[in-house]
Design a protein around this ligand. Structure first.
Ligand code: TNX
Length: 552
């Protein structure tokens, strides 16, 4: 009670200045502030939306975002009829210039309007709106606050159609609720692809009806003595649906022909020597493969990819293809050719790590670059033959790399990746001999050999994932490290309020922590906890007596 009164008094005494209209991550394409147009969300505001089911769903998501912290009812009216001023309108328009994902946001004293050609565009506009409200909007419980939005207009469209992150659920298994929370993080930063690395030497994580032991036997373990696990078909469908509701397409990866020890433990008939190996719990790579000379292998590939395709609404199937060191080059190319034809036969487009480059071209073929050199004639040649590229350069986009030498988890084989290194590169010019038009976008992979909990996932993702998101979304003309680090630092209080772990990277001008910053449970090498222990999302909002939220 006393605390609530204190909060109220603080808010009255020190009304927070609204955010600046351009303080959004990823940076919008065009921003026109209007200092006289600030909008104050009031208790009686209505959310009005075009009468289209997908748009109405976005309005429901906006209401669900705003209700907990504001405590306002915010009813949703699916009507295009005029409503009283003071509300938020989500409007589907036929403005072709906004494209498949763009939106226009207009904020004035009378109300707020988000217009887009698609529900995805409206959804991205809602993410922008969320960032323009005070950080306390992330609170799970009501906060006394002036819910002010800065006046003006934003016109915003993505630079690239593919903006993704990858989660390795094979080295360590992460349950459905962890994956859903990662999807939420992607959605905040306007990412639209979640690549799930579903199979590897240490675990097979998806139930396949025609080869049931893949999951029950192959999914039993993980790295070290960590528990295994796998997604049932219902689990997987739940992930697909949750992602689709957030305008994110899931790209499942079945890594072939290498990284298959877990499959071989379940079905020794797929192994070159027909002997099932023991489970593997280490972190070496490149030793396992399914027998490319056996017809049984292609039955397996067709059955697995067929079941995955049937469960997956998205257009892409990722066939891995990395580090099959023991398969001779010619044999490997033949295997990839045949697997690509299986994918095409399922009506899907194939994606593979850039090692698949030497195989034949097929329609819609996409290579995912994970090298560290910026120069690879074999990949450039595959692009000349028609392949397109997703860029995940190991030395910029790999979120399993450590930030700094003392980062308690992660690798450093591709170097240390601090936030600036994640941010300071240009997808359009990154690879020698690859024209800008061949680049579909960017993706940040998180391999999980050393990542074991949700808090550790978040610690590695934040604050670097927004750097990759900005490269994927924002026009190159907005690229500016000083602007980015200042805008991004404002997300610290938002993550803290939402109970999301992150790394307080010393490169960013954070304000004082509003509450203990959740971080990995592992101690630093010195034995001191590196940062504070995780807090649950239901903790008190980060309001310090005498400080209005949003001013922190
Ligand atoms: C290389 S990147 C791998 C993965 C490892 C990763 C660790 C790629 C396609 N293969 O198997 O997990 O390095 O950083």
């Amino acid at each position: 009670m006393a605390r609530a009164a204190e909060r109220k008094a603080a808010a009255l005494l020190a009304p927070p200045a609204p955010a600046r209209l351009g303080d959004v991550v990823p940076a919008p394409e065009r921003v026109e502030p209007d200092a006289s147009g600030d909008y104050l969300l009031s208790v009686d505001a209505v959310i009005r939306v075009s009468a289209d089911p997908a748009a109405v769903a976005v309005a429901g998501q906006l209401a669900a975002l705003l209700r907990p912290a504001t405590g306002y009812p915010l009813p949703v009216a699916d009507t295009t009829a005029p409503v009283p001023a003071g509300g938020i309108a989500l409007v589907l328009t036929d403005e072709v210039a906004l494209g498949a994902e763009g939106y226009r946001l207009d904020i004035g004293t009378d109300g707020v309007r988000i217009a887009a050609g698609t529900a995805a565009g409206l959804f991205h506009g809602v993410q922008t709106l969320r960032q323009l409200l005070p950080a306390a909007v992330e609170s799970a419980t009501p906060v006394t606050e002036r819910w002010v939005l800065p006046g003006g207009s934003i016109l915003d469209r993505p630079r690239y159609p593919h903006r993704g992150a990858m989660l390795d659920v094979a080295r360590h298994f992460f349950g459905v609720t962890d994956v859903l929370r990662v999807i939420d993080h992607l959605a905040r930063y306007k990412l639209n692809r979640l690549h799930l690395h579903l199979t590897d030497d240490q675990g097979w994580r998806i139930a396949i009806d025609s080869w049931p032991r893949l999951a029950t036997v192959g999914g039993a373990g993980a790295v070290g003595d960590a528990p295994g696990g796998y997604y049932t078909r219902a689990d997987y469908r739940r992930i697909m649906a949750y992602a689709a509701d957030r305008h994110i397409t899931v790209i499942p990866e079945i890594d072939l022909p290498g990284h298959t020890n877990a499959a071989l433990t379940a079905y020794g008939e797929l192994a070159p020597d027909r002997v099932a190996p023991p489970p593997y719990t280490g972190t070496e790579v490149g030793f396992s493969y399914v027998d490319p000379a056996s017809e049984r292998t292609y039955d397996f590939v067709a059955d697995v990819l067929g079941e995955i395709a049937a469960l997956t609404p998205g257009r892409w199937l990722h066939i891995g293809g990395d580090e099959a060191f023991k398969v001779p080059a010619e044999v490997y190319a033949g295997f990839v050719d045949r697997t690509q034809r299986i994918v095409a036969g399922l009506g899907r487009d194939v994606i593979g790590w850039h090692q698949i480059a030497p195989a034949s071209h097929c329609d819609g073929r996409i290579l995912q670059w994970w090298g560290t050199t910026g120069d690879d004639p074999v990949t450039a040649e595959a692009v000349r033959r028609g392949a397109r590229l997703i860029l995940s350069p190991g030395n910029h986009a790999y979120l399993d790399m450590k930030y700094a030498p003392d980062t308690p988890i992660g690798h450093d084989w591709a170097g240390l990746i601090d936030v600036r290194r994640a941010y300071d590169w240009d997808p359009a010019t990154h690879l020698v001999g690859v024209p800008a038009e061949a680049v579909l976008g960017v993706e940040a992979p998180l391999w999980t050999e050393s990542v074991t909990t949700l808090a550790e996932i978040e610690y590695m993702l934040l604050p670097r994932l927004p750097a990759i998101a900005e490269l994927g979304w924002s026009p190159r003309s907005t690229h500016d490290w000083d602007s980015f680090r200042r805008r991004l630092a404002q997300h610290g209080p938002r993550w803290a309020t939402a109970g999301i772990a992150y790394h307080r990277s010393p490169e960013l001008p954070w304000s004082a922590p509003a509450m203990p910053v959740p971080a990995p449970r592992r101690p630093s090498p010195s034995g001191d906890p590196l940062e504070h222990p995780p807090v649950s999302p239901s903790s008190d909002p980060p309001v310090r007596p005498g400080t209005a939220p949003g001013q922190e």
